[in-house]
Design a binder for this molecule. Structure first.
Ligand code: NAD
Length: 260
């Protein structure tokens, strides 16, 4: 379905991003991985995608807080693959603290990585997609693009911001055969979520089990975590031909959390 398309996925060395990379490669896309981590592990992921799915997979280490490194990521994709068809803005971090105690540098980092980077990537990707006459942009937002939780001020602000940026970009490129949508997952079991369990337990004075059951899954009507494969499956669907008229939308995949 997506054979020989070129996908750039930020923050794809782990979690949801790595899942999206594999799912798109399975459909025949060439992939540019990005993100941090152990060099040997990243290279093992890169080469396993090539051997498992018979596509070309490259890695670029661009730090999403650095606009010049983001520019270099797109220069590489254009040089190596001749363009970009699919962009998934997925890189993201979390920090849990009340606003009164929230460290300024954490606020700045979350806004830069979770929100501003999507402006910088789209700034480079849209001209490349317009040139090819086709494009799919997916912004990995969150249920926190729609509703808030205490102690996640920067994350909720960034994700609400990404929702607005998604809609604006969708309107700007609507006549260019490029769609722009956001995926809004509830809790997905990934390293990002695992890492926030002890922090939330500390700030709310709970046990880690209480955080899982009474905080993370409290609002999910299904009482289930979303899986990486389910999010990646939705991303593949949004890249497919039948999704060509879905644009500017916020796609919830949250077990009924934001239905309430
Ligand atoms: P993760 O921690 O497993 O992966 C995050 C990725 O971002 C990693 O590859 C990491 O190296 C990369 N990254 C971090 N800082 C970066 C930077 N400065 N430059 C480049 N890459 C950087 O997290 P995840 O749970 O897979 O989250 C992926 C996205 O999904 C995030 O945007 C997150 O907000 C969103 N999301 C996650 C959940 C969840 O429950 N896990 C729910 C809703 C939304």
């Amino acid at each position: 379905m997506l054979k020989n398309k070129v996908a750039v996925i930020t923050g794809s060395t782990s979690g949801i991003g790595a899942g999206c990379a594999k799912a798109l490669a399975k459909e025949g896309c060439h992939v540019v991985l990005n993100g941090f981590g152990d060099a040997a592990e990243i290279d093992a992921l890169r080469s396993s995608i090539e051997t498992d799915y018979g596509v070309k997979c490259l890695y670029h280490s661009a730090d999403m807080t650095k606009p010049d490194e983001i520019a270099s990521l797109f220069e590489m994709a254009a040089k190596e693959f001749g363009g970009v068809d699919i962009l998934i803005n997925n890189a993201g971090i979390q920090y849990v603290s009340p606003i009164a105690e929230f460290p300024t540098e954490k606020w700045d980092a979350i806004i830069a990585i979770n929100l501003s980077s999507a402006f910088h990537t789209m700034h480079h990707a849209i001209p490349l997609m317009t040139k090819r006459g086709w494009g799919r942009i997916i912004n990995m937002a969150s249920a926190h693009a729609l509703v808030a939780s205490p102690n996640k001020g920067a994350y909720v602000a960034a994700k609400h911001g990404i929702a607005g940026l998604t809609k604006t970009a969708a309107l700007e490129v609507a006549r260019d055969n490029i769609t722009v949508n956001a995926i809004c997952p509830g809790y997905v079991w990934t390293p990002l979520v695992e890492k926030q369990i002890p922090d939330t337990a500390r700030t709310r004075g709970m046990t880690e089990e209480e955080v899982i059951n009474d905080v993370m899954l409290a609002a999910a009507a299904t009482k289930k975590f979303t899986t990486i494969e389910q999010v990646a499956g939705l991303a593949v669907f949004l890249c497919s031909d039948v999704a060509e008229n879905i644009t500017g939308s916020l796609q919830s995949i949250d077990g009924g959390w934001t239905a309430q």
